[in-house]
Design a protein around this ligand. Structure first.
Ligand SMILES: Nc1ncnc2c1ncn2[C@@H]1O[C@H](COP(=O)(O)OP(=O)(O)OP(=O)(O)O)[C@@H](O)[C@H]1O
Ligand SMILES: [Mg+2]
Length: 209
């Protein structure tokens, strides 16, 4: 089972949106998906529970939990191809995963380039994460991407994020795919927006999925 964790040390950047849509997209591809909801609001769980892909009797399952640290074991994991894990910003994902010496995790970190506060704070915090990952070559790998959680030009957003990351010397972490703003009424599910759907597929391809 491949574990894809979505985590950014900041609220409102698009963690739940990204996790929910990746879980649904993989399920639509016919993969067996365990959606793990570690975010207090349970928005992902509630949204996926209403989709046919996650109905009882399908190969997919929703697991919501309250834990202090990132769980490293998932009972029944052999029944799933992917775990897609939503978190909130209270999780120190990398510390948890490095402490448990976990490998094989994919951590992806959405950043909203139009959120000025996050743009300063997040790259600074991720620099520490990047150093930790560098020192632990078999440990978890993290990638970040521009998620347009506000309406705006995606190309411009990517440039803004790349500049912010380069101030901390970590632009190497950035995926080339930018996820555009999707104006749908079905939030958090946004796959009906063609550009959003395409971007999410490209994003997964970039991390080898
Ligand atoms: N690509 C996108 N297109 C349109 N709206 C988006 C996109 N990404 C996020 N949003 C919107 O931005 C807001 C924050 O997104 P989301 O809830 O996914 O962030 P979060 O990081 O999970 O927040 P929290 O820290 O509160 O859990 C929501 O209203 C969401 O619908
Ligand atoms: Mg959330």
């Amino acid at each position: 089972m491949i574990k894809i964790m979505i985590n950014t040390p900041k609220g409102g950047v698009g963690k739940t949106t990204t996790a929910t849509n990746i879980a649904l997209l993989l399920a639509k591809r016919g993969q067996r998906v365990l959606a793990v909801d570690l975010a207090g609001g349970l928005l992902m769980s509630q949204a996926l529970a209403q989709t046919p892909e996650f109905a009882a009797g399908t190969g997919n399952k929703i697991d919501s939990r309250e834990t202090e640290a990132v769980p490293t074991r998932f009972p029944g994991s052999s029944n799933f191809d992917y775990a897609v894990i939503d978190t909130d910003d209270s999780y120190t994902v990398f510390e948890d995963l490095l402490r448990a010496d976990q490998n094989g995790w994919r951590v992806i970190s959405p950043i909203n380039p139009l959120d000025q506060v996050g743009l300063i704070r997040i790259p600074h915090e991720l620099r520490g994460v990047a150093v930790g990952a560098y020192l632990s070559p078999n440990g978890p790998k993290m990638k970040v991407f521009a998620n347009m959680a506000y309406p705006g030009d995606a190309t411009e957003g990517a440039t803004i994020l790349r500049n912010a990351l380069s101030i901390e010397g970590i632009e190497v972490l950035m995926l080339t795919t930018t996820v555009p703003y999707a104006s749908t009424t079905s939030a958090p599910i946004r796959l009906s927006d063609a550009a959003y759907n395409t971007a999410l597929n490209n994003l997964l391809a970039e991390i080898g999925i």
